[in-house]
Design a protein around this ligand. Sequence first.
Ligand SMILES: Cc1cc2nc3c(=O)[nH]c(=O)nc-3n(C[C@H](O)[C@H](O)[C@H](O)COP(=O)(O)OP(=O)(O)OC[C@H]3O[C@@H](n4cnc5c(N)ncnc54)[C@H](O)[C@@H]3O)c2cc1C
Length: 371
Amino acid sequence: MGSVAVSRRDDANDLQASIADQVTTIARKNLAPMALAIDEGTLYPSELLRRLGDVGAWGSHVPSNGAADLRCAIQSIAAIGEVCGATAFMAWCQTTLVWYAANSDNAALVGKFAGKFATGQILGGTGLSNPMKTLFGIEKFKLKGRRVEGGYVVRGALPWVSNLGPDHLFGTIFEREDEPGGIVMFLADCSDPATTLQPCKPFLAMDGTGTYGVQFRDAFVPDELILAGQAGPFVKKIRAGFILLQAGMALGLMKDCIDIMEEVGPPLGHVNRYLPQQPAQFRELYAEFEKEGMALAADPYNPDESYWRRVVALRLRMGDAAVAAAHAAMLHCGARGYLKSHRAQRRLREAYFVAIVTPATKQLRKMLAEF
Ligand SMILES: Cc1cc2nc3c(=O)[nH]c(=O)nc-3n(C[C@H](O)[C@H](O)[C@H](O)COP(=O)(O)OP(=O)(O)OC[C@H]3O[C@@H](n4cnc5c(N)ncnc54)[C@H](O)[C@@H]3O)c2cc1C
């Protein structure tokens, strides 16, 4: 019996390693030549995202028998993020959407969507920034809904939701107008005529991420699209996974910034060694984050307050370190990193996104202050 269990675990480990390897190959071979166009906002890489789904990038963290393991998903996002921060963010959006659907108790929703999200047949994301800020006392819910026969009617607007397109879906939350304190988490369907996608003004980075303002004009949300009728406990269940999957964005970006610093070592090391931040320090930090991130990612349903605090603290440190590594990479590169054609400046712009995407640095600091 023991040896059967061990061999199953070995099989699972082999599968996860093979997924991460295939993702790394696709990122280096197929994504790298697209990174510039994605950064410039001329390309939303839907085909590449589907291809990553084909090799299992979006499905490895689906829970089984009440347990889930986010490690392979984080490693896959990191491999993507080593090449392109915008695509790592889209990878986070997709894996988070999978996380919502796979954790729902709504059998009809799970049956219809969870598998299609996990294989990348249906793409989409998450509109939890406003709800996450609201639940931690920073904003008010932007979406309102009321119960009608067979579902809810939802109105309101979210300013930014990424990895979207006309046939995409995303998870978000509305506040019930007909039940004080009631909040409901649902899948928004972008193909619904009462749900419109507004193009955003150009961003500093992340322009190729399919990011839109989304408006709900009395959109009917059938019961089949309800992720959780009581969103409060559901968010408690999925919140660690929501944050931990972002670790992939930070790790991938840091890894490339270390590589950039090392690449300019031969011509510039004689003077770069006077800079206060060196690649060796970031390598140490990276190893520390990877160790802590992998330990936390193996146990995403841990209900302990001390576990949740570790998740929040790690996320804060990773945002800070992503910006610090990209800043150091710029200083190590000197003039060559200042060229628009060099990736150091792209990494710097992408790094700020790691620090401002929800939960942003300021929210994480508020959360830690209130523990
Ligand atoms: C490129 C990009 C992609 C994003 N993708 C997603 C996503 O997929 N899902 C998601 O839920 N969130 C998304 N966001 C939002 C993101 O996660 C953060 O919520 C956002 O960056 C601000 O967070 P903050 O905590 O710093 O809030 P702050 O910036 O301090 O405050 C945010 C609030 O200020 C107001 N506000 C400020 N500037 C504007 C503006 N120009 N237009 C309208 N309102 C404004 C809004 O009320 C907003 O809720 C995205 C943001 C960006 C820039």
